[in-house]
Every structure is written in C-alpha cells, then in structure tokens.
Design a protein around this ligand. Structure first.
Ligand SMILES: [Zn+2]
Length: 130
C-alpha cells in the first residue's frame, strides 16, 4: 500500500453522489493525496462493451496522463447503485467492472487496478477479483 505515489486514478461515473466517497476511500485506503478524476456516465458499461471507441480512446488518453505525468500507480474502476448512465443491476455491474479491468489492464500491465462498488448509502466497497 505504501508504494503508491501521491496520485491515484479514478475511472468513475460522472454522478455527483459518488465523487467524494470514492476520493475519500482511496485517500484512506491507499494513502494517496490526490485522485485524478476520469468521468463518464456509466464508464464500466462503455469499457465492458468496448464499442464506443471514441470515448474509450478519450478515457485511455486521460489515463495515460494520470499514470504518466502524475505517476499514478493505482487505477480504480467504479460502478454504483442507481446509475443513470448504466441502469444495470449490481451483479451485472460487477461483471462489467471485471471486463473493464481486463481492458484497462491491456493498456498498462504494471499498474494496480482495483474495482469498487458504491452502494445505496454511498459507501464504497472493494470488489474481489482474480
Ligand atoms: Zn452513474
């Protein structure tokens, strides 16, 4: 945990309810000072489907700035309850997060990538995956 630099990267929903919970969780659990925000409506759906190449390239470019110039060594990919951009149930979203992690992993094999779920009380839960 202490090997992470001052920056982490969050690929998060644009939803205003999930920004601060995710930032606080990453600061508390990974001891980073700043969280670079890459937001889209329902980004895990976009990444898991892997169809919208315009948006995916845009996300990829922003990730590379965060991991490059800012030296982020941790990327969090987030799904949440009541997502307007991705109205899928929790189990579907958990699977989308796993697929999204696989895609982002293919861009960068060195960086730690974690999945997070934000519940109906806006509490953040890490997702276990292999
Ligand atoms: Zn959302």
């Amino acid at each position: 945990m202490s090997t992470h630099g001052p920056f982490a990267t969050a690929i998060n929903c644009m939803d205003g309810r999930v920004q601060l919970p995710v930032i606080e969780w990453l600061k508390n659990n990974y001891h980073v000072d700043y969280v670079d925000a890459i937001t889209e409506p329902g980004p895990i759906k976009i990444l898991a489907e892997n169809h919208d190449m315009f948006t995916i390239e845009s996300i990829k470019r922003r990730v590379s700035i965060s991991t490059g110039t800012h030296g982020s060594k941790l990327i969090a990919i987030i799904g949440h309850y009541d997502c307007a951009g991705n109205p899928a149930d929790k189990s579907t979203q958990i699977k989308q997060i796993a697929d999204a992690i696989r895609l982002v992993r293919s861009w960068n094999s060195v960086i730690s990538i974690i999945g997070l779920w934000v519940d109906e009380q806006w509490k953040v839960h890490p997702i276990e995956h292999s």
